[in-house]
Design a protein around this ligand. Sequence first.
Ligand SMILES: Nc1ncnc2c1ncn2[C@@H]1O[C@H](COP(=O)(O)OP(=O)(O)OP(=O)(O)O)[C@@H](O)[C@H]1O
Ligand SMILES: [Mg+2]
Length: 358
Amino acid sequence: MTKKIIFLGIETSCDETAAAVIKENEKGTADILSNVISSQISEHKKFGGVVPELAARAHLENIEYVINSALDESKLSLDDIDGIAATAGPGLIVCLTIGLNIGKSIAAFSNKPFIAVNHLEGHALSPGLETKIEFPYLLLLISGGHTQFLIVKGINQYEQLGTTIDDALGEAFDKTAKILNLGYPGGPSVEKFSKLGDKTFFKLPEPIINRAGCNLSFAGLKTAVLRESKKINNNEQMKYDLAASFQNTINNILYKKTKIAIEMFKKKTQVQKVKLIVAGGVAANKTIRKTLTKLSKEMKCEAIYPDIRFCGDNAAMIAWAGIKRYKIKLLDKINIEARSRWPLDKNAPYMKGPGLKL
Ligand SMILES: Nc1ncnc2c1ncn2[C@@H]1O[C@H](COP(=O)(O)OP(=O)(O)OP(=O)(O)O)[C@@H](O)[C@H]1O
Ligand SMILES: [Mg+2]
């Protein structure tokens, strides 16, 4: 029997301070020995979004306790751990630096291998914690900072098929929640209140829906939500109708663009039985899951979602990405630095800003 690898993962890229201890198992998935997350929601709530300096200070205050809790819960000591993985980007540099430096220090003093993980690779591989999935698969990554379709060809091998040309989907949810004063964090509250509304009441735009392949755009939709919100005054029902109409428009956009991405994936890989993995914080949204499961059935594909625990930021997915990289000897040096921008496909064109041709 080959030795099963155990990693400590550390995540501080945004507003969650997280640490986890993960062990490979016989099924080719992971035993979650611990998965500790200290959320900063209460700190950022009054500002309606993440304040980088406050986030960094909270990481500093919490990180030692979070790592110790993860080790305690796992019932292992540092001696039992085979390597340390910490998120090195993309994200807020002031936040990333904290988890990254602690991870590097632990690796240095305990003389263990260190892996600097791309947070997006953490999301991309997160369903593998519970489900063994063969490569290649189609990934729809929908999070607070990113919205992308990628072919996942293997560990460290990604080809981008499409991306947002402006806002990320999580950002669109958060801004809609802010406009409608539905509370923070935005995504879950929009999902909750949209259940009380009429999804056909407001007609909202689906930007670039009939062009630009599977690239996406949400800025015009956000502006339309802002414009329509002026008609609401204090009518609570209309507020819910607007939340429902927004959620419905998102479902329609994702249905149409994912259909295009599936066709592109088939053409490029020659794989007909497509596995569609939907990951990132927004993948927690149940009506999006329902929409994409329906599409997958129609297209004879298989839709796979990580457990809700592993959709938003967590260190289990970082430790898991660390194990996967360690096994193919993708180790990092201790002088590696944090990166605010770090695309999974380094050859993908930059799709933002003036002069962009679609
Ligand atoms: N149920 C939900 N419906 C819609 N959006 C949701 C839901 N739950 C969480 N979100 C959104 O997910 C986002 C957070 O996801 P995540 O933690 O992966 O993002 P991030 O780490 O900040 O960004 P990135 O992973 O791109 O660096 C937020 O924008 C949040 O509103
Ligand atoms: Mg994330």
